[in-house]
Design a protein around this ligand. Structure first.
Ligand code: COA
Ligand code: MG
Length: 291
C-alpha cells in the first residue's frame, strides 16, 4: 500500500470522491475528525458506505479508524462496522503489542458473531501518539497475525508532550517527532511489516509534501497517509519504484544468482553484499505485489 487517504466517516460526498481518488487504501475516520456527539451517526454512515464499497468490483483497500481503546468507544465502533467487513481497522493511540492483542480479541468476537472468517479484519496501529507508546514500539513483533503495518502520528503526541509546535519554520519535523518516526520505522522492521509515514497537514503545499514523501521513501517507509485527494498522486508517484530502480534490483539479484555461494559481488565497479541483495529482493517483491 503506497497511499492511504483519510476520509471523515460523516461525509458521504468525500467518501464518494475518495473511491475515485486513486488511493491504494481509504481510511474511513470515526476518530479525530468526528466530534463526540457525531460518533453514532458517523458509525452508521461508515457502515452504509462499507456495504456499498466492499461490493464494488474495482475498489481500494478499505479500513476504518476506530476510536482508541482508552476512549470506551471502540466496542460500539466495532459492533457497527465489523459486520460490514472492512479489510482492516486503524487503531489510534496504540500502546504496543499488548494493545494489538486486545484489539485482536475484540475483532475475533465480532467475526464469530457476524460469520466472518477468523482473522479476516486486519489491524494497522498508529504507534507513537502517546508518550508511553514511544517506549513500546519494539513490542509489535508476533502480537497478532492481523498486523499489516505500523504508522505514526505527531499531532496527538505533541499535545501530550506539551509542545508548542512539531515542525520547524521550514516545515520539517522537530527532534521529538523525528524520534517517533524512527521508532515507527524500526518497530515495523522488527515486526516484519510495512512502515507507513504520517500525514502532512499543509495540504496546499505540494512541494513540501513531495519532499516529505521522498525523505520517507529514502529512509525505508513504503507508503504514506494523505488527508486530501491532491496528495494521492504524489504519494503514488514517489512510492512506486522507478524503472531504473527495478532494473538495478534485477541486476543485483541476477549477479548473486550467477555466483552461488558468493557473499559479495561487483557490478559496474561498485560492491554489493547481502544487505544490498535483501533490499533488491524487497523492492522487487513490492513491485510484483502490484503487478
Ligand atoms: N477525501 C475525499 N474527498 C476530499 C477530501 C478527502 N480527504 N478532502 C477534500 N475532499 C474533496 C472536497 O470535498 C472537495 O470536493 P468538491 O470539489 O466536490 O467540493 C474537493 O475534494 C476539494 O477539497 P478542498 O476544497 O481543496 O478542501 P476542503 O476545504 O473541502 O477540505 C479538509 C479540507 C482538510 C477539511 C479535507 O481535506 C478533509 O476532510 N480531510 C480529511 C480530514 C481527516 O480525515 N482528518 C483525520 C486524519 S488526520
Ligand atoms: Mg489523532
Amino acid at each position: 500500500m503506497r497511499s492511504l487517504l483519510f476520509v471523515p466517516a460523516d461525509s458521504p460526498k468525500k467518501l464518494d470522491k475518495a473511491m475515485a481518488s486513486g488511493a491504494d487504501a481509504l481510511i474511513v475516520d470515526l476518530e479525530d475528525s468526528i466530534a463526540l456527539d457525531g460518533k453514532a451517526a458517523a458509525r452508521q454512515s461508515a457502515a452504509a458506505f462499507l456495504k456499498e464499497a466492499m461490493a464494488s468490483a474495482a475498489r481500494p483497500y478499505v479500513m476504518v479508524r476506530v476510536n482508541g481503546l482508552q476512549t470506551g468507544l471502540t466496542d460500539a465502533d466495532l459492533d457497527t462496522i465489523a459486520p460490514a467487513r472492512p479489510d482492516a481497522i486503524m487503531l489510534p493511540k496504540t500502546e504496543g503489542g499488548a494493545a494489538v492483542i486486545h484489539a485482536d480479541a475484540k475483532l475475533a468476537v465480532r467475526e464469530a458473531t457476524a460469520g466472518l472468517p477468523d482473522g479476516h479484519i486486519k489491524i494497522l496501529p498508529i504507534a507513537t501518539e502517546t508518550a508511553a507508546a514511544l517506549f513500546l514500539t519494539g513490542t509489535f513483533a508476533g502480537a497478532s497475525a492481523r498486523l499489516i503495518g505500523l504508522t505514526w502520528g505527531a499531532e496527538d503526541l505533541s499535545a501530550e508532550l506539551g509542545a508548542q509546535t512539531n515542525r520547524d519554520a521550514q516545515g520539517r519535523f522537530l527532534d521529538p517527532y523525528r524520534l517517533a518516526r524512527t521508532l515507527c520505522l524500526a518497530g515495523a522492521a522488527a515486526a516484519s511489516v510495512q512502515a507507513i509515514d504520517t500525514v502532512y497537514v499543509d495540504f496546499r503545499n505540494a512541494e513540501g509534501f513531495r519532499r516529505e514523501c521522498e525523505e520517507a521513501c529514502r529512509d525505508g517507509f513504503t507508503g504514506k497517509m494523505a488527508i486530501h485527494p491532491a496528495q494521492v498522486p504524489i504519494i503514488n508517484d514517489v512510492f512506486t519504484p522507478s524503472a531504473s530502480a527495478i532494473t538495478h534490483a534485477r541486476a543485483v539479484v541476477a549477479a548473486f544468482a550467477a555466483n552461488p555461494g558468493a557473499g559479495v559481488v561487483g557490478i559496474g565497479g561498485v560492491m554489493y553484499d547481502r544487505p544490498h541483495l535483501c533490499r533488491a529482493k524487497q523492492l522487487l517483491a513490492r513491485t510484483e505485489r502490484r503487478e
